[in-house]
Design a protein. Structure first.
Lengths: 354, 169
């Protein structure tokens, strides 16, 4: 059997097995709380797919997760861990909110597009900071980016409590109606941001696997020393990876603001960043896989609310399922790399081929 | 206005609250210190603290014995850290992502705990168990633990733990 097909089957198999195992653990937890897992999961699925509004809500929740997961995939492919996705997300929203409400004198779709574009570019600068520090000073980019998350969150708090505050409530003004991303389906909150997210997914896939620059990025991620020997500028690639990853995350924040939240307030963007990194790993660092897993996480989150209303089980069960998926996916990837396990799997494959 | 800053009452309460806030930070930092000396980066300390606090509170509440709550909370935190340890050391997967997943796991664990034990609805509505005045929270890390007891002993514990670690390391 073709080795690439075998690798793909292994990768997809690992993700699927970890998801199934985590859902089984969730079922055990639900049973421990005293409910029937099948009924509870039935409510979860109904909450995510039951009617048009539910499907729309799932898509709305999936959009920011897709963006953060793509950002994480992009930087992981270069061997860089961009854990500052949350902060970049917030800075994107700040930029979009500020630009569209306070700076740009015109409204309408031009305002929307320009806010997204300029916000993305400016946010790329924010994302570049950990990259530059890592490439030229050797700082650990994980720590720098995690701490910059805090800077971004508190900066947003400063803004919506101070300069951009509206009417004495700690939140910024809502963006104008004609600036908002249009809603697609009547009665649900789906907005054109989902198209932007899917477009971004296709763009990142194309860039990583079909262009020369993407190939160079992946080479630097797989083996920086070989890349350096072959003449690729490793430092520049590292910074570019961070800039690109930051721009994707920033775009996600701007889209979330313009499409769904409309104003900055406390708790904006909470929980998208780290989940995006986990989703990227479960999706085996492939943009399409990450997008699918992001949709799965959105299904879990949307369904959890319905499950809670219907059966009284807390949303924490779904939190645990999500965390267990991440742990199993990461541990599963690692366990199949162990020499003993790898030999066993190869023996089984030989048996299958014959 | 500035003389209020140097009022002895203000400085006294400032120092006291500094000590109070330092204790958890200090203990968590000491725990991470052990891990970092061994070469591991444990981002999941936040989750371990949460689990230790929850379990310690529960045990202290049931047995009305703060020391027992402290010890059991520390043990619980240690056990939850074993997930991170097994996944990272034996299976050799990434440390940061395991730590972050542990944070989310602990968050969910606390929510379930509130629902099953205290008849609450989720982590923002913890329910109405009568509050204990013995144990209000446990801070733990990968080997040490502490309890916020309503006495001066926890300051001393923090200082002793520091001294002890200094001798070991």
């Amino acid at each position: 059997m073709d080795i690439r097909l075998k690798n793909t089957i292994m990768k997809v198999g690992r993700s699927v097995i970890s998801i199934v195992a985590a859902i089984a653990i969730g079922a055990i937890l639900i049973a421990a709380v005293g409910e029937n897992p099948v009924i509870a999961y039935g409510f979860l699925l109904r909450g995510a797919f039951g009617n048009a509004r539910a499907v729309g809500e799932t898509l709305v929740k999936a959009t920011p997760l897709i963006f953060t997961a793509l950002a994480a995939v992009f930087s992981y492919r270069c061997g860089m861990f961009n854990l500052g996705v949350e902060g970049q997300f917030i800075m994107g929203a700040i930029g979009a909110s500020w630009l569209s409400s306070n700076i740009l004198p015109f409204g309408g779709i031009g305002n929307t597009l320009l806010s997204l574009l300029i916000g993305t570019l400016a946010g790329g600068l924010w994302g570049a900071i950990p990259g530059l520090l890592k490439a030229y000073r050797g700082l650990n980019e994980m720590i720098v980016s995690i701490l910059m998350n805090y800077i971004a969150t508190l900066f947003m708090a400063f803004l919506y409590s101070g300069p951009l505050m509206e009417k004495n409530i700690p939140q910024t003004a809502a963006i104008l109606d004609d600036v908002k991303l249009t809603r697609l389906i009547e009665g649900s909150r789906v907005h054109t941001g989902i198209f932007i997210a899917i477009g971004m997914m296709i763009l990142v896939t194309y860039f990583l696997f079909k262009t020369a620059k993407g190939y160079q990025l992946r080479v630097v991620g797989l083996n920086p020393i070989a890349a350096n020997v072959n003449g690729l500028s490793v430092k520049r690639m590292m910074v570019s990876a961070f800039v690109g990853s930051g721009m994707i995350a920033v775009l996600g924040g701007a889209v979330e603001l313009l499409g769904s939240s409309y104003r900055l307030m406390s708790g904006f963007g909470f929980g998208f960043g780290f989940d995006g990194v986990g989703i990227a790993l479960i999706g085996q660092l492939h943009p399409v896989g990450a997008g699918l897993v992001a949709y799965l996480f959105a299904v879990l989150r949307t369904g959890a609310n319905t499950m809670k209303i219907a059966t009284g089980i807390t949303t924490s069960v779904v939190d645990i399922v999500q965390a267990v998926i991440i742990i199993f996916a990461v541990a599963g990837t690692a366990i199949t790399m162990l020499p003993g396990v790898k030999a066993l799997v190869n023996r089984k494959w030989k048996g299958v081929e014959q | 206005m500035m003389e209020l800053l140097f009022d002895s009452h203000f400085i006294g309460s400032l120092l006291q609250s500094t000590l109070r806030v330092t204790t958890p930070l200090l203990l968590v930092a000491l725990g991470e210190l052990y891990g970092e000396r061994a070469g591991m980066i444990n981002i999941g300390l936040d989750g371990i603290m949460t689990v230790g606090a929850t379990v310690g509170f529960l045990v202290g509440y049931i047995t009305v014995n703060p020391v027992l709550g402290l010890v059991v909370g520390a043990l619980a935190g240690m056990l939850i850290n074993m997930i991170y340890a097994y996944s990272t050391i034996t299976l050799r997967s990434g440390q940061i992502i395991n730590g972050m997943a542990l944070n989310i796991l602990a968050h969910g664990f606390v929510g379930i705990h509130f629902q099953t034990v205290f008849w609450g609805h989720d982590e923002t509505d913890p329910g109405h168990g009568p509050k204990t005045n013995q144990c209000s929270g446990v801070v733990r890390d990968s080997g040490l633990g502490s309890g916020f007891v309503q006495s001066k002993s926890h300051y001393l514990f923090g200082i002793c733990a520091c001294d002890f670690d200094g001798h070991i390391l």
